[in-house]
Design a protein around this ligand. Structure first.
Ligand code: HEC
Length: 133
């Protein structure tokens, strides 16, 4: 696949123009951003017509949400948030998702930490709030 098909939608997102954020704790926010936008947002847009931007929640709300690790409670995708950052999930979508394929070897905890760091560091009350739509 042409790499521009991944790069162009990402460049359209506000995160690329924000100042670089300091790496928080154990996650890499750049990898978390790429993962969130290519795997999480991909489904949010497909299912609901719009993404869920990091700046829709505060730092405390993201931390609580990710600590609880419950996704779409009562909905069609009720389960753990961390199921969607797992290697098993990446394997299941790798054929049609280049980012999932690229990150196959990253272990579950590290990928969850990457996404967490991106969301928390881009929250509405962070230094670099990030939207995507
Ligand atoms: C296979 C589809 C799919 C994937 C993959 C997915 N989500 Fe979701 N997510 C949904 C749906 C559907 C909703 C409900 C949206 C609504 O009700 O408007 C949702 C809702 C959410 C919400 C709003 C709060 C909630 O739980 O209802 C957050 C935050 C969220 N997802 C985070 C994530 C993160 C982080 C990832 C990736 C690690 C992810 N999602 C991957 C489908 C998905």
């Amino acid at each position: 696949m042409n790499p521009l098909r991944i790069a162009l939608p990402l460049l359209a997102c506000a995160g690329f123009v924000a100042a670089p954020v300091a790496a928080l704790a154990d996650g890499d926010p750049r990898l978390g951003r790429l993962y969130y936008r290519s795997i999480c947002t991909d489904c949010h847009v497909a299912e609901t017509g719009s993404g869920i931007a990091p700046n829709q929640k505060t730092i405390a709300e993201w931390e609580s949400y990710l600590d609880t690790d419950r996704h779409d409670a009562g909905g069609a995708y009720d389960g753990k948030v961390s199921d969607f950052t797992s290697q098993a999930h990446r394997e299941s979508i790798q054929e049609h998702n280049r980012v999932a394929e690229r990150f196959l070897s990253v272990d579950d905890d590290q990928m969850f930490a990457n996404v967490r760091t991106w969301l928390v560091s881009s929250a509405k009350d962070s230094d670099n709030p990030a939207g995507c739509d």
